[in-house]
Design a protein around this ligand. Sequence first.
Ligand SMILES: [Zn+2]
Length: 288
Amino acid sequence: MRIFDPHIHMTSRTTDDYEAMHAAGVRALVEPAFWLGQPRTSVGSFLDYFDSLIGWEPFRAAQFGIRHHCTVALNPKEANDPRCAEVLQHLPRYLLKDGVVAVGEIGYDSMTPEEDEAFAAQLQLALTHDLPALVHTPHRDKAAGVERTLAVVKESGLAPERVVVDHLNEVTVRQVVDSGCWMGFSIYPDTKMDERRMVAVLREFGTERILVNSAADWGRSDPLKTRRTGDAMLAAGFTPDDVDTVLWRNPVAFYGQSGKLELDGSGTPGTDATFEGNSVLRGVRAEV
Ligand SMILES: [Zn+2]
């Protein structure tokens, strides 16, 4: 089973996770920019983070045979902090970089006027940079959040097939299915969506325009939820081709719209490479 995780925050994960993901079939992923777990106090904190998303983290992933791409944005939560707003002026130069395959995560957290402004401005950045957009939906007041999200996307002029509306469940998916946007689902260990509920959604709505991710952030999460969803699909009678559609071909089609996906050579772990003098290896290894 080949897997492309379209939304996973590897910055918060360990090398054990990378090893387990590769063993489970993960060969490519997209890491969206998000918060640090605590508030950023200056724009410099974003810039160092973005630099790590296009430099160090892809290097680290490559050591485990996984192709790493990212999305950059001012996330919805921090859009409310005036100390962070200036980062919007720095985004255009990051959106030009190799490996940056979308604008994201953008959207709503608490649906404030500040979030409105940042969301609309960043949808315009996606439009002018000819990139897809990854849109987060709020975990509270979900139905209202999704409704407003779709209205703002429509108003932006960005084509719906270039937008994924993420963190959906079996209720909110109904709002998105007719919009033409892609539908993203984050599978978690004990809250929100799980793999069994995901299989039920796939039974009802089919496999088209659906992306499944493990999110895997600072909270309790499981970077193998993509694989577990693939296994649950097979156990429920879906074919290996259906699984390949959902876990590989769909994310490739969605992020491929950026023209910047690099999938050649994925699957070959690196060995002694270094990134600015740093390796992911520790200590001296025995001669083989
Ligand atoms: Zn996320």
